[in-house]
Design a protein around this ligand. Sequence first.
Ligand code: ADP
Length: 489
Amino acid sequence: MTERLILVLDEGTTSTRAILYAPDGTRRGVAQRELTQHYPRPGRVEHDADEIWRATLACAVEMVAAAGGADRIAAIGITNQRETVVAWDKRTGEPITRAIVWQDRRTADQCRALVKAGHEPLVQTRTGLVIDPYFSATKMHWILDNIPEARALGDALAFGTIESWLVWKLTGGAHLTDASNASRTQLMALEDRDWDDELCALMGVPRAHLPEIVDMTGDIGRCDRALLGGAIPICGLAGDQQAATIGQGCFAVGDTKATFGTGAFVLTNMGAQLPRSQHRLLGTVLLQLGGKRTYALEGSVFVAGSLVKWLRDQLGWIDRAADTEAIARATPDNGGVYLLPALAGLGAPHWRPDATGAIVGLTLGTTRDQIVRAAMESLAHQCRDLMEAFAADGAAWQSLRIDGGMSANDWMAQDLADMLDLPVERPADVETTALGAAMLAGIGAGLFASLQEAVAMRPATRRFTPALAPTDRDRRLAGWHAMLARHLN
Ligand code: ADP
């Protein structure tokens, strides 16, 4: 029998990919398209949803051809940048405005007003999320208030996160979202299976616009034959961070992964226990299979790879992202320089949407390379703060599994091990997000009976062990915390 493959559509913040996997986890092909980032005003970040769809379809078409036709593909899995909101007209399937991206801070005032009115404790207890422009609800409300066509459409207006948008386009009109993506909207209670009327009223988002919430695996929908040459079943959906956690095989309580892409996202498996953070971490749905939920505690850092991109594109200090590795390695220390990477506000555990970046400790002797090194060090510093917040919430890490485009940086992987004083493990293939979506789709298509079976798709890992003297670690952390205290008060 000819082997059947799994097609993953991985819609990231900066690019869209389609990746073909064999059931043993080997990759059989990749197609990729960059996405245009629109920054119309400070604090605003938008994507063109139509461009996302066209790029995704083009990549999928390429991979279906590489596979030898639609009947060679057992299932599609979709994983996506979370929280980003698309608004479209259900009658035409056309977006009515640009997608508002997760990094967008335009609803900071609305969030401040909600906090001031005393709503945060309710929202946090119910959704596991703090009030911040990051989440979808205030973005949806902004569209209703600011795009005249939105209200005019009435019930014909559809809201969805990116997986929802892609499912709509692929199936020709199914309006669905999965539980992991739904848990990021701030409109679903963590323990519930449906939208929460009180949260919808508070956030000003009528549920008529929202998709149906479904499991993360199963027969979720079939592709319109005209698109890919066959009615390929969509069998897996997951937000990118949940997918990466699955792809890292974090199935036991306490297992933790950190994905370093545009931002950095750390998730610890909490099992069936509802995560209730006392330290401004997020509670989120990790898995929903057969209606059964597993939860995770999450720390979201908004700026990681985007800091490297900023060094390259705005400052022009490096030619390629990977240059940061050689520079950090060749620069013996930070020379007392610390960089606060709050280029898109600050996420967990600080949650300061208004914070801006800073570089402190400059002297006449400071070199450009020391600033680059300070930028790279800031990633492990932020991760260390998260580790302490997780431990205080009863989720101590034993090791950290890393992935994402930026984790290819060996210097950063070692610096994380050094600053966390924990072993850091990195899979040979750092595209764990796509792998997790492939595992879910494989389960949904019946190629695997369980997550434990799907884990056979995982590659070998490399381990980085702590090697820094405790005094050096303490000195760096003291410098970092002094800088935070100065800038965040
Ligand atoms: P996303 O899925 O969020 O679009 P990726 O996982 O593709 O992001 O990671 C890309 C990011 O990682 C970019 O922001 C890039 O600057 C950064 N990056 C890639 N390789 C390296 C490297 N070797 N060292 C440091 N940063 C890197």
